[in-house]
Design a binder for this molecule. Structure first.
Ligand code: ZN
Length: 77
């Protein structure tokens, strides 16, 4: 099990600014992984891996616009 939040000082945010922020990570013993970055400007990057192995990637700009929203299972019929 893992559940951590770390601060970072200078990462390039989705809007293009270099911002500080925090990174939250969670893992359980069965393969679930959350890896979420929240920038001080309000931008967010989300990466979630689920128990079935599917992956969700989401990028949200600080004004709320969703820049990317991908789910690996979306490609299955
Ligand atoms: Zn931003």
């Amino acid at each position: 099990m893992l559940n951590t939040t770390n601060e970072f000082t200078a990462e390039k945010a989705p809007c293009g600014k270099v911002e500080g922020g925090s990174r939250h990570r969670e893992e359980d013993d069965d393969g679930l992984t959350f890896d979420d970055l929240t920038y001080s400007c309000g931008c967010r990057r989300i990466r979630h891996v689920f128990h079935d192995g599917s992956i969700r990637l989401k990028t949200i700009r600080h004004d709320g616009k969703v820049l990317a929203d991908e789910h690996s299972a979306d490609h299955e019929a």
